[in-house]
Design a protein around this ligand. Structure first.
Ligand SMILES: Nc1ncnc2c1ncn2[C@@H]1O[C@H](COP(=O)(O)OP(=O)(O)OP(=O)(O)O)[C@@H](O)[C@H]1O
Length: 681
């Protein structure tokens, strides 16, 4: 794929994307987290790049959200969806679901959303497990210090450094050089055939094929990946189990492999390795403790002993310059032997040494009597060397075995995490659909013949997700428009909320997502122009630019949905009605779909040179001074205004109460109110 052909990707970004393992795959999957791991690419930018790739794939010209208010509605809807995710990944991934006019894109996301809604695995346990799932990380540089590669050949030296950067590579002259290395490293791997057969003290392996089998030489490489991602993988396993997802690999096998791995990449759960590790670590302390055991014992024995010695013997001892050691060996030989034995046993028991190791350990305390009893440092260091070598050999073997067990699972493990993260995206959509009682809309292709006008939108039982009221307090709204309609209605009747509902339904439909209604049919639009109510009269410049915007729309506009809230506020009422009438004429001629909310619906209708549809949100009456409203616009019906309703109420009250209650002053005149009412007709 030519990355630079993606809208918004220049040379520099393309170069950054190329550093990823498989940028194409990440883009295809909408994997924002991976794209954002490219150098210098923020999450917001990654989402834009992925959207660009999707646009290219679906020949989507972009620009569906044509106005600020349209973009705001999208952001608000997106926020509602994102609030229902557990992972950052899912929140970022939702950013790639945007409203598109492309039928193939809408169908793709619809298929995904249908699957999401059908999922029946949402539970607190799944959500808890999702908390620890994150995109997998590639481990940083791995360094193995106890093993090295050795060669006599300069060329092989360079290729070894390149193939296995985790190990030091050393140049040696001969077997003598190898022997020296073996003193500093637990394992030396000689790369030259010529070393075959040489015998050297220590763990020296001759492996001319080492560079072809790096996994064998540095199992740490593969283990580091699992160690770094252990928590994420374990969480992904948990998500699969709790949600009953079809796993990409054998969960038990992977879990078993992970349980054998420590966070630092060493092998866990091997008793023998643990024993050897403790023995090496505790050797010094155990040797000191063994000395104390022997000395305490000996001290006690000496204290308890009455030493009787004949004068001639004493003289001979003194003459020979013999010290207390000779006395010990003569008089307390048994006690000394017992004390030394207890030191040896202590050392062997404390370190749980096996018979071979015990054999060496015993020699740390000699038979020759001394006081105090002291370990033989040479023996201890020999023991340390042996234990360390056994430990490293065992650790190496275990690592190789574990790395081999886990080696084939790396791709599956990635898939496992991705599936868990994708589940979070699906569950967020499912939760949104569930909480707003959504349905999948039917998307209609625009009609190609003039005789059969395109349906604009038809919403049955819609409830705007942008309203702050809880869902149960929102009255469902039915509204259907083909062509361009005016929407009239009482103050606070729900006109703006109706536009918000239409915008939300249309944006969600073009995102490919379910919509908050019982039943919805929407024509596939090219773009959405939603103009919110402007605050106050615009100055001349702003007025001019608003009129210009509509001039552009009036030129094309056949695939547009135009929603406009009280455009009359842009200038004086008389002029507004004329301008709006003109805009409606132009849009209607072009075959656009639109809803214009206006308090001047009657005036506009009169000015327009065609039969403008006027719908109305009706107040069914005033209850205790409060308007009671039928929130569903009535088709072809100019709703009465709030002032008219209030005058009507006053007229009714005046007619019912000829004498006012307040002290018998003359009643208000019903005639006056009737006169006002007449003006409305
Ligand atoms: N379908 C509905 N169900 C319940 N409450 C609603 C509904 N639609 C609107 N409302 C309530 O009515 C209030 C006013 O709605 P909205 O702003 O849409 O009215 P409006 O007709 O545009 O008012 P104005 O003429 O003052 O611009 C909302 O804030 C909301 O509380």
């Amino acid at each position: 794929m030519d990355l630079e052909s993606i809208p918004g990707v220049g040379e520099k970004t393309a170069r950054a994307l190329e550093t990823l393992d498989d940028p194409e795959r990440a883009l295809q999957r909408g994997d924002v987290a991976t794209v954002a791991s490219a150098p210098g690419i923020s999450q917001g930018r990654a989402a834009r790049i992925v959207r660009g790739a999707i646009r290219r794939q679906h020949d989507d010209p972009g620009g569906f959200l044509a106005t600020d208010r349209a973009r705001d509605v999208y952001r608000e809807l997106l926020a509602l969806l994102k609030a229902r995710t557990v992972t950052d990944y899912a929140a970022q991934r939702l950013e790639t679901i945007y409203p598109s006019p492309s039928p193939s894109r809408i169908e793709d996301v619809q298929a995904f959303a249908r699957r999401a809604i059908d999922r029946e695995c949402d539970s607190a346990a799944v959500r808890t497990a999702l908390e620890d799932v994150e995109s997998l990380r590639t481990p940083g540089d791995v360094r193995v210090r106890e093993r090295c590669l050795a060669t006599t050949d300069a060329e092989r030296y360079s290729s070894a450094r390149e193939a296995i950067p985790e190990l030091s590579v050393e140049i040696v002259e001969d077997a003598q050089g190898l022997a020296e290395l073996a003193r500093g490293y637990s394992t030396v791997i000689a790369l030259d055939e010529s070393f075959a057969g040489v015998t050297i003290d220590g763990d020296v392996q001759v492996r001319p094929d080492a560079l072809e089998n790096p996994a064998d030489v540095v199992p740490e490489r593969s283990l580091a990946f699992y160690a770094r991602n252990r928590t994420r993988l374990q969480a992904a396993i948990e998500v699969h189990r709790e949600a009953g997802l079809e796993p990409a690999c054998d969960l038990d096998a992977l879990e078993d492999g992970l349980s054998r791995l420590e966070a630092d990449g060493t092998v866990a759960g091997d008793d023998e390795l643990d024993r050897l590790t403790v023995a090496v670590d505790d050797l010094d302390a155990a040797a000191s403790a063994a000395e104390s055991v022997a000395n305490d014992r000996l001290r006690e024995a000496i204290q308890a002993q009455d030493v009787t010695i004949e004068g001639s013997d004493l003289l001979s001892l003194v003459e020979r310059g013999a010290g207390v050691d000779s006395l010990l060996s003569r008089e307390l030989a048994d006690e000394y032997a017992a004390a030394v034995e207890s030191a040896r046993e202590h050392l062997i028991d404390a370190l749980e040494l096996d018979p071979g190791e015990a054999e060496i350990a015993r020699r740390a305390f000699g038979d020759e009597p001394t006081f105090p009893v002291e370990r033989d440092e040479d023996v201890i260091s020999r023991l340390r060397k042996d234990l360390t070598a056994t430990k490293e050999r065992r650790a190496g073997r275990l690592k190789r075995e574990l790395a081999a067990d886990l080696a084939d699972q790396r791709e599956d493990a990635r898939r496992l995490v991705r599936d868990a993260l994708e589940l979070d995206v699906e569950l967020a959509i499912a939760r949104f659909a569930n909480e707003f009682e959504c349905t999948m809309p039917t998307v209609r292709e625009p009609s190609t013949t003039d005789d059969e006008p395109s349906v604009g939108f038809a919403i049955d039982g819609g409830r705007s997700p942008l309203l702050e009221e809880p869902l149960k307090e929102i009255d469902p709204v039915d509204y259907e428009v083909s062509g361009v309609a005016l929407l009239s209605g009482v103050n606070s009747g729900g006109k703006t909320s109706t536009l918000d509902l239409v915008a939300s339904v249309v944006v969600l439909t073009h995102m490919g997502l379910p919509v908050p209604a019982e039943d919805v049919e929407v024509r596939r639009f090219d773009d959405l122009h939603y103009h919110a109510k402007t605050q106050g009269t615009l100055d001349a410049g702003a007025f001019e630019s608003t009129v210009r915007e509509f001039a552009d729309l009036a030129q094309g506009g056949e695939g547009s949905l135009v929603l406009v809230d009280e455009l009359e506020s842009i200038t004086e009422p008389g002029a507004s009605a004329k301008i709006i009438a003109g805009i409606l004429e132009a849009l209607s001629e072009n075959g656009a779909t639109g809803v214009f909310v206006s308090h001047l619906a009657g005036e506009i209708r009169e000015m327009a040179d065609y039969d403008v549809t006027v719908d109305g949100i009706e107040a069914v009456g005033l209850v205790d001074g409060e308007l009671e409203v039928n929130r569903s616009p009535v088709k072809d019906h100019l709703a009465r205004s709030t002032p008219e309703l209030i005058v009507e109420k006053l007229a009714e009250e005046a007619a019912e109460e000829p004498v006012a209650a307040n002290g018998g002053s003359p009643a208000e005149s019903p005639v006056f109110y009737d006169r006002l009412l007449e003006k409305f007709n």
